[in-house]
Design a protein around this ligand. Structure first.
Ligand code: FES
Length: 138
């Protein structure tokens, strides 16, 4: 298992009070790739889980459509005790979820989940692949 901690290097620290306030609105999101790689990432309250993953370089989230709920490549499995803080999936998300690769009852689309302070420390597991071979035409 490899552990990567994002945003804790000296380059991420600032002496600016404005940025101290900005930091107060950050939470930790723990992404676990299918190969077991763990990435502790900092996400801004209000941004989406997908934006957090893409910004941190999490390779298991592709997010081709940029959050438009049309590419199905931001599929994830939020887990652990913090899942109770997640908003319920909306009708549009529920409609597309059965078509994601590796669909399970706990599947979610990362672009539809807005980070909140209550989600601090949430674990998010990622599928083996984001690409659903059944939907790829020859
Ligand atoms: S980013 Fe395309 S469906 Fe979520």
């Amino acid at each position: 298992m490899r552990l990567i901690v994002q945003g804790e290097g000296p380059e991420s620290r600032s002496n600016s009070p404005a940025e101290w306030c900005y930091s107060a609105a950050m939470i930790t999101v723990i992404f676990v790739e299918a190969d077991g790689t763990v990435m502790n990432c900092q996400g801004e309250v209000g941004q989406t889980l997908m934006e957090c993953a893409v910004g941190a370089g999490v390779t298991g989230i592709i997010a081709r459509c940029g959050g438009g709920l049309s590419c199905l490549t931001c599929h994830c499995y939020p887990s652990g005790e913090k899942v109770v803080a997640l908003p319920e999936p909306g009708a549009d998300e529920l409609e597309v979820l059965p078509f994601v690769n590796g669909y399970r009852a706990d599947s979610r689309m990362a672009c539809q989940i807005q980070l909140s302070a209550e989600m601090d420390g949430i674990e998010v597991r990622l599928p083996e692949s984001q690409l659903n071979d059944d939907l790829i035409e020859d």
